[in-house]
Design a protein around this ligand. Structure first.
Ligand code: ADP
Ligand code: MG
Length: 695
């Protein structure tokens, strides 16, 4: 395989545009991409026609406006290019109008009340900053999805708005540093995607995996992740074939698949592409998740993207590596090599620290979901507290700056803002604190809280916006100063002092941390019902609407959608558990009990000792009783949820009551699994699910 040759072959990218578009059209399209101005219809017609010719040559018959509604997956409605010309004949046609705007029926997508307030119809609008690509026989056009009155019904629109806000705020602030040539600042993300691969036939035997994406029952396997032999371990043949296939498909789509390795839990893996703008990387990540699933089918696997498919071993995250860079190629989170870069770097660094501290609630809320709750704040998971890790050296500098102490690392006597050169911080993983939810890693921050299934759009939208806000605050202060240098000095030192509470370089998984964090006044929003409502706190509505990212109405709709999704997810899980326990688990255990009874009778007739049989029957029977009782209670508790009308109250009920009842049913069921003969158990066990791919 010649990678450079196949790379991006299925993408209508820069080089294809250059080849296929007349110079003037190409220029005008480029201008649109760079400035974000609407596309002239004449230009759109030429682009559409060229796109269509290119796609048809590659075997396409259809096109679709590819978008990301609030369901979390991508949506597409395929239209063929055909257009009748009389005489029963057709030609392949695609107009500029069709390219720039589509009108899918919005009424079946979640809108969280926006539909009632506004119109049912929605439209999709081409996002020319993300290239069109081919999937199967369809030309996919990345688009934003809005209501007719302009409210965002998707995840891309707010993300684009937040990128714009951040760009404006950063460009303006940079001017105070004498940086005049920067006209755009871009937020980037490199999302590391974790996932599990399980055998497809085994998957098909488990209703919990099919309906909910995670196991709702399952006794631990004799071996878990304690030997830590899976992480970075040799990639097994079948998995390797899958990864190779995946890489090739991603490369064809112009996605820079770069790193792949085994993760900590058995059957868990990771894949990371090279970072891109938060918009493009988000699109690519959505596409990547889809292709990961599709490719798994070909290799007899099921790819599990759920945040916690198995109890007792690690869940899966999507670590968002975030940085901001200028159109002149400067990474603003890179310490740089000159004294003036040091001032600029420290300014952006402390802006991020302040933003994360001021809006820790929003960041936490941006990653909230029923699935991710199992990774954050639940029993075996790290706490849902946001804190920042800076690493030893940077931390020492920051502390010294704030306290006015001397910083004596690396031969330096004292660090002065804008006067000294900062030491270079390690960018490799040696200095990593993997227990920190928000870690500085040399020239970027790694936000590790997002769950594996989550679109990058939500957390990136929040991060971009809150940083824009603090950059504006800084601008307001610095632009009024008579002496820029001393004002900057003061601002940086004060910001560090005031936000030191969010900096934590210790073990975020330790038992002491939540106690210490509480003393520091940090939030610990443990569950989705705790976290999601904070979107509507006054300060959050104010910042998000001020930057034109979400209107209050849009936020209200999102809160409703998120809470509704939470309730629905747990409801489905509860119903699935009841179904499995009733129809499969109890009958299986009873069959086993019957067999034990028959064995006992035979043995007893022969005068043999039947203590073991009796004991096993007694144990299993009492567990059956407990499970049956728990099952009834779960059924009732779940049914009672429908009486609650307020969505926030309902979400709390699901969390406080239904989840608890689910755990009460799981406990005896898992105990029965451990006691029951393997051939009687109705589902493939954890052992089989997690270790089978190694055979
Ligand atoms: P880790 O050691 O955290 O597992 P990986 O190599 O798996 O690191 O992933 C790091 C991710 O960070 C990659 O997606 C990479 O492209 C991305 N990345 C590297 N530099 C930057 C940057 N300046 N801005 C944003 N993302 C970056
Ligand atoms: Mg990694």
């Amino acid at each position: 395989m010649n990678i450079p040759e196949i790379f991006g072959t299925d993408v209508f990218n820069e080089s294809v545009m250059q080849q296929r578009l007349p110079k003037t059209v190409y220029k005008s399209l480029k201008k649109t991409i760079q400035s974000g101005k609407p596309l002239d219809i004449e230009v759109a017609n030429v682009v559409a026609s060229a796109m269509k010719d290119w796609a048809v040559e590659k075997g396409c018959t259809h096109y679709t406006h590819w978008f990301q509604p609030m369901t979390g997956v991508t949506a597409e409605k395929h239209d063929s290019f055909i257009s009748p010309i009389g005489d029963g004949k057709v030609i392949m046609e695609f107009s500029g109008k069709e390219l720039v705007k589509g009108e899918p029926d919005a009424s079946s997508f979640p809108s969280g009340g926006l539909r009632a307030t506004f119109e049912a119809r929605g439209y999709t609008a081409w996002d020319p900053t993300s290239y069109a690509f081919i999937k199967g026989k369809t030309l996919c056009i990345p688009t934003a999805f809005c209501s007719y009155t302009g409210e965002a019904l998707d995840k891309k629109t707010p993300l684009l708005r937040s990128m714009e806000a951040l760009s404006q705020s950063a460009v303006r602030l940079l001017k105070l540093f004498g940086v005049e040539d920067v006209t755009r600042v871009t937020a980037n993300v490199g999302p590391e995607q974790e996932y599990f691969l399980v055998d497809r036939d085994m998957y098909a035997q488990r209703k919990d995996l099919i309906f909910t994406g995670r196991t709702l029952f399952g006794a631990p396997a004799p071996k878990g992740q304690e030997l830590e032999d899976h992480y970075f371990g040799m990639i097994r043949t079948r998995v390797n074939e899958y990864m190779e296939d995946l890489d090739e498909q991603l490369w064809r789509l112009g996605i820079c698949a770069k790193t792949k390795h085994n993760e900590v839990a058995p059957a868990q893996h990771e894949m990371a592409p090279i970072f891109d703008t938060t918009n493009i990387a988000t699109d690519h990540n959505q596409l990547m998740m889809e292709i990961m699933k599709r490719t798994a089918r070909k290799h007899g696997f099921k790819c599990l993207l759920h945040e916690k498919p198995f109890a007792g071993v690690n869940g899966s995250g999507k670590h968002n590596n975030w940085s901001i860079s200028t159109n002149t190629g400067v990474n603003l989170l890179d310490p740089g090599t000159t004294p003036s870069e040091n001032a600029q770097f420290l300014t952006f660094l402390v802006a991020v620290i302040k933003a994360v501290n001021d809006y820790q609630d929003l960041l936490r809320a941006s990653v909230a979901s029923a699935g991710n709750d199992h990774r954050l704040g639940a029993n075996e998971a790290p706490p849902a507290i946001i804190s920042i890790f800076l690493g030893d050296e940077l931390n020492a500098i920051v502390e010294a700056l704030a306290d006015g102490h001397k910083y004596e690392g690396k031969g330096k006597v004292q660090m002065e803002i804008g006067v000294d050169v900062l030491p270079s911080f390690p960018k490799d993983s040696t200095d990593r604190n993997r227990t920190s939810p928000f870690a500085f890693t040399g020239n970027k921050f790694e936000f590790r809280m997002p769950g594996s299934r989550l679109s990058c759009a939500g957390p990136m939208t929040i991060l971009n916006t809150i940083v824009a806000e603090v950059l504006d605050e800084f601008y307001d202060e610095l632009s009024k100063a008579d002496n820029f240098q001393s004002a900057l000095d003061d601002l940086i030192k004060r910001t560090i002092s005031e936000n030191k509470n969010i900096i934590f370089n210790g073990n975020g998984y330790s038992e002491e941390w939540p106690i210490e964090a509480e003393k520091r006044g940090l939030l610990n929003l443990k569950s989705t019902p705790d976290a999601v409502p904070v979107f509507l706190a006054d300060k959050n509505v104010r910042v998000l609407s001020k930057h034109g990212v979400y209107t209050k109405v849009e936020l209200e709709s999102r809160v409703e959608i998120l809470l509704e999704e939470y309730c629905k997810t747990i409801n489905i899980e509860a119903l699935t558990m009841v179904d499995m326990a009733k129809k499969d688990i109890l009958p299986a255990v009873m069959t086993y009990i019957k067999e034990l009874g028959e064995t006992a009778a035979t043995a007893d007739a022969l005068g043999a000792d039947v203590t073991v049989e009796k004991e096993m029957i007694t144990k299993l029977s009492s567990l059956c009783t407990a499970a049956y009782k728990a099952l009834g209670e779960l059924e009732n508790a779940d049914a009672a949820a429908s009486d609650i009308t307020d969505i926030e109250e309902m979400a709390r009920y699901y969390h406080d009551v239904v989840l608890v009842k689910m755990a009460e049913l799981r406990a005896p069921a898992d105990q029965m699994e451990a006691l029951c003969g393997e051939k009687y158990w109705p589902y493939p066990t954890y052992e089989k699910l997690m270790f089978s791919a190694s055979i």
